[in-house]
Design a protein around this ligand. Structure first.
Ligand code: HEM
Length: 129
């Protein structure tokens, strides 16, 4: 049978939990990114990002139920995001994506995820340096 959504095709909630969990494990020790996060506990930020990605890729719509329209560029305006922050964020994300094995994330889905993250990280920049 063919999975109806990208979300289902890559293993649904379990895969998103692992992906975002690994991403935030990297953020927690990243000296560029960690200071940007206002809360001491990264758990709530991890959950918001996971809900957003699940919704974006066709999973449950919990993000918008709780947070409304994503408006991500606007929500990132309080944080200065230049090329250094963008690169740090993508470094963490590439590690997280690489941690999902090929049996779960095949080449086509992997490439789609990487392309999206690179596009989205570029679009989130709000500072030239
Ligand atoms: C929130 C940093 C890129 C999705 C945040 C927060 C920070 C941050 C500091 C606040 C944490 C919180 O939720 O309390 C960054 C940096 C980026 C980046 C430095 C570098 C480019 C992205 C990208 C996406 C994204 C590319 C989507 C693909 C989100 C979401 C939230 C968030 C969904 C929570 C928004 C809400 O309040 O509902 N980000 N981010 N971020 N970020 Fe990013």
């Amino acid at each position: 049978t063919t999975a109806a959504t990208f979300y289902d095709a890559i293993g649904g909630a379990e895969t998103f939990r692992r992906l975002v969990g690994r991403f935030y494990a990297e953020v927690a020790t990243d000296e560029v990114l960690r200071p940007l996060y206002p809360e001491e506990d990264l758990g709530p930020a991890e959950r918001r990002f996971r809900m957003f990605l699940e919704q974006y890729w066709g999973g449950p719509r919990t993000y918008s139920d709780e947070r409304g329209h994503p408006r991500l560029r606007m929500r990132h305006m309080p944080f200065r995001i230049g090329p250094i922050e963008r690169d740090a964020w993508l470094r963490c994300m590439h590690i997280a994506i690489a941690s999902i094995e090929p049996a779960t994330l095949d080449d086509d889905h992997r490439r789609a995820l990487v392309d999206y993250m690179e596009m989205a990280a570029n679009s989130m920049m709000n500072s030239p340096l």
